[in-house]
Design a binder for this molecule. Sequence first.
Ligand code: NAP
Length: 235
Amino acid sequence: MQLNGAVVFVTGANRGLGEVFATEALARGAKKVYATARNPAAINIAGVTAIELDVTQPSSVTRAVAQAGDVTLLINNAGIAQTGSLLDDSAEQQIRQQMETNLFGPLRLSQAFAPVLAQAGGGGIINVLSVASWISSALLPTYSVSKSAAWSLTNGLRLALAEQSTQVLGLHAGFIDTGMTKDFDVPKTSPLDIVTATFNALEAGLSEVLGDDVTRLVHQGLSADLPVYLAPLVR
Ligand SMILES: NC(=O)c1ccc[n+]([C@@H]2O[C@H](COP(=O)([O-])OP(=O)(O)OC[C@H]3O[C@@H](n4cnc5c(N)ncnc54)[C@H](OP(=O)(O)O)[C@@H]3O)[C@@H](O)[C@H]2O)c1
């Protein structure tokens, strides 16, 4: 689908990648952008309609969707990432928290907007996933659980929404230079590069976009003789 003339709804648009999604949607000719956040007063983008939304709260989702009945593109961007081992006592609680935001949030929004998108002739959904959907790590294993689940959700939604012609695009990326990674001393891609690649893929009609070289390498390695998700186990 095309951004020009689209009505775009972005979750977590007050900072990071979400802020760039909202800004760039306008730059590409979106007719309207709903920029949503837990604290809408923190949204500082000229020309957007700010809406309060906590993706973990069903009543908040219902209220937000009711204010945006003309949406043609949903961007499930809001997310949280927690560090810590799967063997920590806190792991179960961490996984539950990240699933609420990273999995059930996009599920709730996608269900609520499905009829709205159908009415618009199909429209689109972008789900912000991660290279961590495919590989776990010592740093972010509980986050990986939630992003693997969100990848599967994305693939399932694509099938469920095919009949109503909704384009479902999954974005996978490694480290992006946002608040989420401020404490990580690693190479990072700029949010603008990621959003540009994502919108290019959307406009090209694709179902998946690999945002950086690391993600492309990992994707290739999934079907290697020694798949990349097993490689760290081999010493
Ligand atoms: N940064 C990376 O390296 C990277 C790599 C791959 C994928 N991603 C994914 O990219 C997406 C955006 O992350 P980011 O890098 O921009 O991180 P960020 O700078 O930490 O921003 C996260 C955004 O999500 C919002 N959010 C968190 N919980 C929410 C909730 N319950 N309801 C509504 N909004 C909520 C935050 O709002 P508050 O200001 O209220 O907290 C904030 O706007 C996430 O899905 C993340 O997993 C990030």
